[in-house]
Design a protein around this ligand. Structure first.
Ligand code: ADP
Ligand code: ADP
Length: 234
């Protein structure tokens, strides 16, 4: 089963009596363990596509399957459950709770899944260890650097053990060096744990590091290129 699959998907927004078609006939299959960059000009539909792939939104027409399940057949509650189980999100602006410790920020998705507190704390500490932040468990976001905050956000995306991490401009608010560290972390998660990564980026260097690049233009897939060279060993 593909991790994510869009078949002839459109998404139309209605604003008053005008309609904007953000995606027009997008078909895309992303397998378990893939590493895909989504690129394209502003307004080409990248965020809309990410919202659909992440079950934050539903297509206007066409079929979207997440983990093999057709989202059109799910209630809103079932869709939220599917999102919680399958997908982790990383945003440009981190979206951490400011008054909350790194550990509690990371544990938050487990609250929605009804995981008991002791286990939440244990799993949050484990996820923070994965991103190299074992020494920052009790720090609040304001006490952390931008790169550290993004690593907390990555730990939060991972804590529920999702098959897919969707990252919308994850390096957009970071300097080059810190952005490189965050990219290296995402690459390691992909390589070592088999987490599929779908990443929106404006930065050609970042896109070039993915194994596959999907170019959007005017709501359509203009090209879909894959690297054919074998993966380098460690
Ligand atoms: P990108 O992420 O590539 O910049 P978006 O998916 O954000 O593109 O937007 C695609 C198109 O859909 C744009 O024309 C945008 O203005 C429009 N759009 C996005 N979200 C909405 C919305 N909530 N309401 C109306 N139009 C929207
Ligand atoms: P950034 O500025 O980091 O790119 P945005 O604030 O643009 O992030 O968020 C991207 C989109 O994701 C927005 O449309 C926002 O409504 C949505 N979003 C942000 N955080 C969450 C969340 N935790 N759950 C669901 N949707 C979210």
């Amino acid at each position: 089963t593909p991790a994510l699959e869009a078949v002839d998907v459109t998404r139309t927004y209605r604003a008053g009596d005008t309609e904007v078609t953000a995606l027009r006939g997008v078909s895309l299959r992303i397998d378990e363990g893939e590493y895909v960059a989504v690129v394209g000009p502003s307004g080409s539909g990248k965020s809309t596509l990410m919202h659909l792939l992440g079950c934050l939104d539903r297509p206007t027409t066409g079929v979207l399957r997440v983990g093999g399940r057709d989202v059109a057949r799910l209630s809103d509650t079932e869709l939220a459950e599917l999102r919680n189980a399958r997908v982790g999100f990383v945003f440009q602006s981190f979206h951490l709770l400011g008054r909350t410790s790194a550990r509690d920020n990371v544990a938050l998705p487990l609250v929605y899944r009804g995981v008991p507190r002791a286990e939440r704390r244990r799993r949050a500490a484990e996820a923070l260890a994965t991103v190299g932040l074992s020494h920052r468990l009790d720090h609040r976001p304001g006490q952390l650097s931008g790169g550290e905050q993004q690593r907390v956000a990555i730990a939060r995306a991972l804590v529920g053990d999702p098959g897919v991490v969707l990252a919308d401009e994850p390096t957009g608010n970071l300097d080059t060096r810190t952005g490189d560290d965050v990219m290296a972390l995402l690459e390691r998660l992909n390589r070592d744990r088999g987490v599929a990564i779908v990443l929106v980026t404006h930065e050609p260097d970042v896109a070039a590091r993915a194994r596959r690049r999907v170019h959007l233009r005017d709501g359509m897939i203009e090209s879909d290129e894959r690297d054919t060279t074998p993966l380098q060993g460690p």
